[in-house]
Design a protein around this ligand. Structure first.
Ligand code: NAP
Ligand code: HSE
Length: 439
């Protein structure tokens, strides 16, 4: 049997502690399938006194993960600390610079600096593996980077944040408040250290930017994403969606258009009968539409210690099975130098259906005015309804419109015109509708 693969794990939180536990529990099976043992020889975290439910007493403890990355004792640096800058970034760069393989689950770091890190890994002839960075345990990186080579991808989209999907599901099915659901997601280890990254959509945007690069061969462009989180979604929207035959999901969508690549993250209404509408809780789903294969839909656990550690483990096993001199898969699907400049399609030119919820004064002519403003902007309506549960004369009324496919800029113009009429009470709610191929 070949020499053991020696790994250093930086970060012993939800994911790191699960990984160390699994590596210990499965050491015999892993040694057989990889043809060599995998040994944790070093770890790093901030608080040495914290009980993590794992025994790391016999491995070298580093206060500073950058020092661990420089240690001659390790073959692979596993980064599970998080953060786009600071210790995680410094340590990954130090490890790659000295020719160590790196495994990370850190989508924020890759979204910010992935192309430079990929170039560095390629220059040094080492692997930078990051399966856990997108959609937790779902092997979507491998699918896009390796299995779909030769396909032209037209659209990739999905539920990529377990915390948000967990919150939306619990709000709908158990009637719990947004805050209570978020607290529970944090307790279960799904949320980011700063959960604003989850609920405001940044985490989905980081993941989407990585998938966009793998799917379309362009530079990572995480700042060029239209972004809306779920903080604005009320139980009223969830119920209205259900009444109309939809469910609300936070989707990340990237698609080829005539003007460039459209990347957007926002709450989205999907038809109840589509598979993606039925993906609940912490489960994620990623759909990839390509010309040779057609539609591929991958569904699985999107966050949490074990699900994420499973993907990290797969990345480590790939390194354990690789042999010196073997041709390496480019980190981002093609050599970093061959990535194309990202050409952004603006959200204003997005075309699709829209759900629009308006709270209006109860007076004559409002319905007709709304219909006129829509028509003036060439927006064709699939349905318009006054919300049946709120028909109390004299009180503000809720009007819900669903449009046929139309352009975003038309919808924005129509809403501005409606706002100027003076009968609106509160901000309109606008939710885009996405049609999966199976709906
Ligand atoms: P976590 O529970 O907050 O754990 C972070 C760990 O990093 C802690 O052990 C912490 O040490 C350590 N750490 C932070 N800064 C450090 C520093 N400067 N030096 C040394 N150690 C440091 O985070 P997590 O949920 O495991 O997530 C880790 C990474 O995986 C993140 O990039 C996250 O985005 C990604 N990820 C997480 C999930 C998930 O479901 N949780 C899923 C996919 C990807 P202390 O324990 O001593 O504080
Ligand atoms: N906070 C992330 C989520 C972890 O909830 O999906 C998995 O990347």
């Amino acid at each position: 049997m070949a020499d053991a693969l020696k790994i250093g794990v930086a970060g012993l939180g939800t994911v790191g502690a699960s990984l160390v536990r699994i590596l210990h529990q499965r050491r015999n099976e892993l040694a057989v399938s990889c043809g060599r043992a995998i040994e944790v020889v070093a770890v790093s975290a901030r608080d040495r006194t914290r009980d993590r439910g794992i025994d790391v007493s016999s491995v070298t403890w580093y206060e500073n993960p950058v020092e661990m990355a420089k240690s001659a004792d390790i073959d692979v640096f596993v980064e599970l600390m998080g953060g786009a800058t600071g210790a995680a970034s410094d340590a990954v760069e130090a490890a790659l610079s000295r020719g160590l393989h790196v495994v990370t689950a850190n989508k924020a770091l890759l979204a910010r600096n992935g192309v430079a890190l990929a170039a560095l890994a390629e220059e040094k002839g080492v692997l930078l593996n990051y399966e856990a960075a997108v959609a937790g345990g779902i092997p979507v990186i491998k699918a896009l980077r390796e299995s779909l080579t030769g396909n032209t991808v037209n659209r990739v989209y999905g539920i990529m944040n377990g915390t948000c999907n967990y919150i939306l599901t619990k709000m709908e099915k158990e009637g719990l408040s947004f805050e209570a659901c978020l607290k529970e997601a944090q307790r279960l280890g799904y949320a980011e250290a700063d959960p604003a990254f989850d609920i405001e959509g940044n985490d989905t945007a980081h993941k989407l930017s990585i998938l966009t690069t793998l799917a379309f061969g362009s530079q990572i462009a995480a700042d060029d994403i239209y972004l809306e989180g779920i903080t604005n979604i009320s139980i009223e929207d969830i119920h209205a969606a259900a009444e109309l035959g939809y469910r609300i999901k936070l989707l990340g969508v990237a698609q080829r258009t005539e003007t460039g690549i459209e990347q957007r993250v926002h709450p989205t209404m999907v038809p109840q009968n589509s598979v993606i509408a039925q993906v609940d809780g912490v489960t994620n789903a990623v759909a990839i539409e390509s010309d040779i294969l057609g539609e591929l839909l991958m569904v699985g656990p999107g966050a949490g210690g074990n699900a994420t550690a499973s993907a990290v483990l797969g990345d480590i096993a790939d390194i354990a099975k690789s042999r010196p001199g073997q041709q390496m898969v480019p980190v981002l699907g093609r050599p970093a130098k061959a990535l194309e400049t990202y050409r952004r399609a603006q959200i204003q030119s997005h075309e699709g259906g829209y759900f629009i919820r308006l709270t209006v004064e109860d007076r004559t002519g409002v319905f007709a005015s709304i219909a006129t403003r829509m028509a003036e902007n060439r927006i064709s309506l699939e349905s318009i309804m006054q919300h049946s549960k709120q028909l109390e004369p004299g009180k503000p009324q809720t009007i819900i419109l669903v449009t046929h496919a139309t352009r975003e800029d038309s919808v924005r113009r129509a809403i501005d015109a409606i706002k100027s009429e003076g009968y609106l009470r509160g901000e309109p709610q606008v939710i885009r509708i996405e049609r999966p191929k199976d709906a």
